[in-house]
Structure formats: C-alpha cells, structure tokens
Design a protein around this ligand. Structure first.
Ligand code: PMP
Length: 377
C-alpha cells in the first residue's frame, strides 16, 4: 500500500487542495456541492441528501426532514466528526505524516477515523467498549484499525475506554513526542466546530432557510451543539431540542440542572452521564427522555413503510422530531439526522427474541420474516 503523506487533503467542495500540516486554517466548507470526480474519501464526507419523512410528516402536519447521514462513506454522521478532528489536528501540527490516530469510541467515530486514516496514510488504534454491536466491531476491524475491546465501565473509572485511549497516546508520546494523536471526540471542540461549519449550513441550505426546529440525540454533543449554533446564528427563533435515550442523564440536566439518569436503552452511541466540552453551553431549548418502546418501533416503521434502514439513535431522533412537531403545532418544519444504518445493529434491532426480551414490540412483518424454528430442525 502506498502512503499518502504528500497527498493533499481536499475540502468538502473538492476544490481546494491543502497539504497536511500546512498552517492554513481548515477552510470553511463550501455550501455548494462537491464536483465529480471526487479526489479522495474526504471529499465524499457530508453533503448528504435531505429526506422528507412521509409518515412522521403526515402524522403531525409538519414537514419532518432528516439528513441521511448513514450515506456517508463510513456509514455514519461520525465520518464528519472524524474529518473535522483530523483537519484540525493537521492544522495544529498534532498529526504528522504517517502518524498514529488513537481514539476511544462506541464505534462509528473509530470507523470514520480508520477509513480516512487509510486514505491519508495514518494508522489507527481504537479503544472500544466490548458491549457494542458485533457489526460495528467487525466494521472497525475491516476498516484497518487495531481494535482494543475493553470492559464497559463508568467514565469515573480510570479504565473507561476514553481514559485508556488517552493514556496509550500519552505513553507513546512520552517515548517519541508527536508520534500519536488522541482525537478526544468528547472534549475536543473541533468536533462541534466542524458541525457548526458544515452540517448546520447544509441543513439550512437543504431546507431553503425554512427551519423551525432541530432535534437530535447527543453522544459527544458535537452534532446538537454545532448544528444548534449554526441554525441559531441564522435565525435565533429556531427551536433546538435534545432527544435523549432512557438511561442518559442529559435530558434531566437540561430540565432540572441535575445529572440524573433512569432506565436503560438498547441504542448505542448516544446518551451521557456527564457534560462533555462539546455539549457544554449548547443552545438547547427543550429536552425529552425517549423510551425504547417509543423509538425502536419508529425505526421498524421507517424501514417497512418508507424503505430507510436506520439505527437505534435515528429512532430516538425521529421520536424527538414528532414530539417537537407536536409542541410547535402543524405547519412547521422540523429537521433531524438519521445518524447511521440499521444493518449496523441487525442482531438487536431486527431480532424478535432479543426485542421481546427487552419488552420492545415486534411488528408482525418482522416476526414473519424470522419465524421461530421448531426445535430439532
Ligand atoms: N448516533 C450514533 C449512531 C452515533 O454513533 C453517535 C456518536 N457517538 C451519535 C448519534 C451522537 O452524535 P454526537 O457524538 O455528535 O452527539
């Protein structure tokens, strides 16, 4: 494999080559579409289609729109985050040609970093909780990352995956300075800034400037904070809402100022027990805690009735969009994101015995698709 240490990184419009490490600011992305042919993977991140969710719109009398982030090259919205973090690290001279990317991730950011790393000539080591879906772990492995699965422990535990990743990078840098770069998606605000510079303006443009509300779940908080800031800058009346999975403390934090969590969720990559630097100060007007028996059926319906196969966090986002539409009333335009694909969670989201065990309704079509095999066959 050739290394690409001298190849330019291309901004999202695919037109302004930039050498890694050059002291130019990461250029603000163009609001025009990239031109074909695209020179590399980075030039295929973002500019996703904006979809109209037919059933959610009909149900509420609002226009419910969603950015199809599962169509990014690595399959999730976190490709954007990975690109923003990488460009910022290169700009600040933290990532040298041929260097090592180190990150702690629930999976999607790692996939984005590993694939962009492959394209740009970087290696990656990813720390990930072993509770994440087999599909994501496998995707990360085939993306070329060295995957280190670690027990899922609370953030306050020094063995939390993010602390292990930071320690590992620090150790390497202690021996050879600047040999490893810890991406730090939770507390590196280049994450939020990139969404503010790209995802938010795209949403505004795709919706023709008619956005009354934006809602999504938060993991790092980069998407919600960045898009929220971009939209409020264009129209301060845009309502920004958090859709939080059960088991997360963020909705309680917004509503009461206390970090209190209850319940749990099969969704992955969203929810938090702490306020990350990316989430801190996000312009959030409303917040709801969304139970799985509300969100998961929405992913099943979206697939069965409209053909879009999305993951659990997207179900939480659609539930949030419906709640926000009901709050604002008919005639409004609500935007959300479909963060990744359902195929990344097939063994959970589309597995009737698993769903029943979790008390989540199994639609008839899904039960028929996976009939219980008689014993002994
Ligand atoms: N959905 C999925 C599937 C994710 O992987 C993530 C990120 N962990 C999010 C939503 C949340 O995005 P953010 O980190 O920008 O809050």
């Amino acid at each position: 494999m050739t290394t690409t240490t001298t190849q330019p990184i291309v901004t999202l419009d695919g037109q302004q080559p930039r050498q890694p490490g050059l002291p130019s600011a990461p250029t603000s992305p163009s609001e025009t579409h990239p031109t074909n042919p695209r020179p590399d993977l980075a030039a295929t991140v973002g500019h996703t289609p904006m979809l109209r969710l037919r059933e959610a719109s009909a149900l509420t009398g609002c226009e419910i729109l969603a950015k199809a982030e599962f169509l990014n090259p690595g399959g999730s919205i976190k490709d954007r985050t990975a690109l923003g973090l990488l460009l910022d690290a290169e700009h600040r001279g933290l990532l040298r040609p041929g260097g090592l990317i180190v990150e702690g991730t629930a999976g999607n950011t790692g996939i984005g970093l590993a694939l962009l790393g492959a394209s740009l000539g970087y290696r990656s080591v990813i720390f990930m909780p072993q509770t994440q879906s087999r599909e994501k772990i496998d995707a990360l492995r085939i993306s070329g990352a060295e995957v280190r699965l670690v027990p899922a422990v609370p953030y306050r535990d020094p063995d939390h995956y993010a602390h292990q990743a930071r320690r590992y990078a620090d150790e390497l840098n202690g021996v050879a300075p600047l040999s490893a770069w810890f991406a730090d998606q939770f507390d590196n605000t280049a994450n939020r800034d990139w969404h503010e510079a790209t995802t938010g303006p795209e949403i505004w443009q795709d919706a023709g400037g008619r956005v009354d509300g934006f809602v999504c779940a938060a993991g790092t908080g980069g998407t919600l904070a960045g898009v929220g800031r971009a939209l409020k800058a264009r129209n301060p009346a845009v309502c920004i809402a958090l859709a939080d999975p059960a088991g997360s403390a963020l909705a309680s934090y917004i509503n009461t100022g206390e970090l209190v969590a209850s319940g749990n969720s099969i969704s992955e990559g969203i929810g938090s027990s702490r306020i990350t630097a990316n989430f801190d100060g996000a312009p959030i007007d409303l917040a709801w805690s969304i139970p799985d028996d509300e969100s998961v059926p929405l992913t099943h319906q979206l697939l069965h009735q409209e053909g879009w196969c999305v993951g659990g966090s997207s179900g939480v986002n659609i539930a949030g969009a419906i709640r926000l539409a009901r709050k604002l009333g008919p005639g409004h335009t609500i935007v959300t994101v479909l963060a990744d694909a359902g195929t990344r969670y097939q063994a959970k989201l589309f597995n009737p015995p698993f769903l029943r065990e979790k008390g989540i309704p199994v639609p008839e079509w899904l039960a028929r698709a996976f009939p219980v095999e008689p014993a002994g066959t």
